[in-house]
Design a protein. Structure first.
Length: 261
């Protein structure tokens, strides 16, 4: 039996060459120092002693090179319960020992309206984050769980991810979590892996180079153009073509940083 697999380039070869530059920035600088920069996921340095080590497998290295990890910016120790009226509420189980003030946690962490939960009885919470990824050529980003990192205390639920084109629809990421076993607390320490962002390029074999992007007036204006669209229409993907027509040709301008000694 002979098996053959072929791929058709539906974009008629409209792909560049060399690494694809992906920019990242924070859309709010307030307290921005607590947010970790995205890190490339790498296991190649784990075991160099054997040529057949899994960490040296080209397929493993190629997959990892497309994922960047975002770490949790502050400690979370949260419980879910219902009040006397049956409404769901979040409780800060760390109490006075919490590293983040209760009012600030309330600004960042939200329990979505129960009518919007995907599954009955399974709460969805959202953590607002300032991370935005942008590209000047076609790139799709996928937000997924940090599946390559071992968790001593597994999450009592699943991460609610998504996939969208960052060249036409850059937007702040929201960490969403579906709390399947809300009899157990959700505990994440500052610095723990929170999620990965994977990038799909065109052609697929191109690598990804990550840079911190400067928030220029052009970038800020474009973000204002598309921000909040989800509040007005249900299918924001239908707006991609209109957004691309009004998008400046170049949005990424790397931030100049002082070189380490």
């Amino acid at each position: 039996m002979q098996l053959s697999v072929s791929f058709q380039d539906t974009h008629e070869g409209k792909g560049g060459s060399g690494p694809v530059t992906v920019g990242w920035f924070l859309n709010s600088q307030k307290g921005g120092i607590v947010y970790y920069p995205p890190e490339r996921v790498r296991s190649a340095d784990m075991n160099r002693t054997h040529a057949k080590s899994a960490s040296r497998c080209p397929a493993v290295i190629n997959m990892e090179s497309r994922y960047f990890m975002v770490r949790c910016p502050f400690d979370l120790h949260i419980g879910f319960e219902r009040d006397k009226d049956g409404r769901g509420v979040l409780k800060n189980l760390a109490g006075t020992k919490s590293g983040i003030r209760a009012n600030k946690l309330g600004e960042k962490l939200h329990l979505t309206n129960e009518t919007e939960w995907r599954y009955p009885g399974i709460p969805t919470i959202q953590l607002s984050l300032p991370y935005v990824f942008i590209a000047d050529e076609p790139v799709y980003a996928s937000q997924v769980a940090p599946f390559m990192h071992y968790q001593r205390e597994p999450f009592p639920g699943t991460i609610f991810g998504g996939r969208f084109p960052i060249n036409v629809w850059p937007r702040p990421l929201m960490w969403a979590f579906e709390w399947h076993d809300h009899t157990k607390p959700l505990k994440i320490n500052r610095g723990d892996p929170l999620f990965y962002v994977g990038f799909e390029t065109m052609p697929q074999e191109r690598s990804v180079a990550m840079v911190e992007a400067e928030v220029t007036p052009e970038l800020n204006d474009y973000m204002e153009l598309i921000s909040g669209a989800v509040n007005y229409v249900n299918q924001t993907f239908s707006l991609f073509e209109a957004a691309e027509e009004r998008r400046p040709e170049t949005l990424i301008k790397p931030v100049p940083r002082k070189k380490k000694g």
